[in-house]
Structures are given as C-alpha cells and as structure tokens.
Design a protein around this ligand. Sequence first.
Ligand SMILES: [Fe+2]
Length: 259
Amino acid sequence: MPNRKLEALVTHLVASPRVQSLWHISDRGVPVFVHTIDVTMLCLEKFPEWREKFPSFSLEATTIGSLLHDLSKASTRFSGQISHSALMSTAPDRAVREAMDVLDEAQSSAGFSLESEQIDHIWHIIASHHGRWGKVMPSTPEALLVHQMDYFSATYHRCSPVDANDILPFVRDGLKMVTVAARLGVGTSVVRDRLKEACRAEGVRDSRDLLKVWESRGSVVCGSLERMERVEYIRGLKELALQAPRPILEAIARARQPG
Ligand SMILES: [Fe+2]
C-alpha cells in the first residue's frame, strides 16, 4: 500500500461513530477507546523489532487490525446478550463482520479499497486477538503481536485513572460514596480501594484522618509508587487518546523510518 493510504484509513476509522462509541464503554474504569489506542500504539512501537524478525511484516494489517480488534465490545455491551469474551470464544466471525462494516465505510470515505489478502489478514487478526482464550489462534506474526499487546494492555494498563486526591474534595463536601463514584465515572469499590491504599500509604486509620492530612497539606500520598505511576500513565494515555488520530499517525511515521 503506498504511503498515505494507511494514514487516510486510520483517520476515517478513528472518526467513525462506531469506533468513537468505544469511549462510552469501559473496562475497569478505562474506556475501550483508550485501550484500543493503547494497543495500536504498543504494536506500532514494536513494529521495527518485528519487521527485523519478519521482513514482510505488515504495518497496514497490524495498525488496522489493532484499531478494530475490540469494536464488537460496543454492540455486545449495549445488547447485553453475550459478552465480548464469549463472542470471541464461540462466534468470532460476528466480531469480524462488525469490524469489516466499519472498514468498508472507511474505505469508501477514503476512496480506495485494500487488496483482498490484506482484508483477509485483518479478519484473521481480529478473529484471533484473544489467543488461547478465543476460538481462533493467531497464525501470523501480525496477529500474534496484536494478541500480545492486547493482553499486555488489558493486564497492565487497565486501572481507573482516579486516586485519593480526586476523591477527597468530595469527601470533604460530605458526598456519599455512590455519588462520588458516579461523579468520577468509576465503581464504588474503586473509591473505597483508593482511599484504603492512601490511608495505608499515609499511615492513618481511616478516611477522616486522611482528609485531615489532605486539608493540611493539599494532597496525600495515594499508594505505592507502582500504583501512582500506573495511574499517571493511564491519565497520559487518556490524553493521547483524546488527540487521536494524531499520535497514531506520528507513530506510523516513526514506524516507516528505515531501521
Ligand atoms: Fe482489547
């Protein structure tokens, strides 16, 4: 595929209302859109290394496959009939069909079509992205990379980007946990866990004592360094996702540079 066609497709795909609808569903407090951008960026970062191992490694199939891999999460979540995981282990062709509809629209908006082998490859990447937990195992390097980065993102980058310093102003105002959770867009368990972690880190008994520390110092230590770094990383990721497609286009430009 000549340069710029991938960029045009990425731009149309990111703008697609169905891809944008992934902002409205979350896994452990992280919008699926943010996770999607994370997986795509991780794949693009790994691209030079994988191209060295596999000289014909496809930038196009990897980028488009990663952008569309979780598209069916919106329909499965809104319909409530079957989970995305169940769909991937029983009927991945449904996930593929939904993704292909969006890809078809993007191709017609961009004014060109991918070759049929590339489409087949994207099919395979989407169908196999759950690896051994799905019905189809990845059988190409590109599908394996998307599966590995999806697993990595789901394991290490899925954590609500909320900490005790976000919660304590509401505690001061006397809001109930359930209201605080709704205001921050997380579950009540996240609010409770974050307060507990901060109490431990500050060496205080409960959130009333934590509030006193926050009021005197203006902030509290929110937990382990690892937790704080992870929350910071996910905040950065969310910012990056808000700027899409720009960060993806920049990562594609970096990936295109000869190694
Ligand atoms: Fe995913």
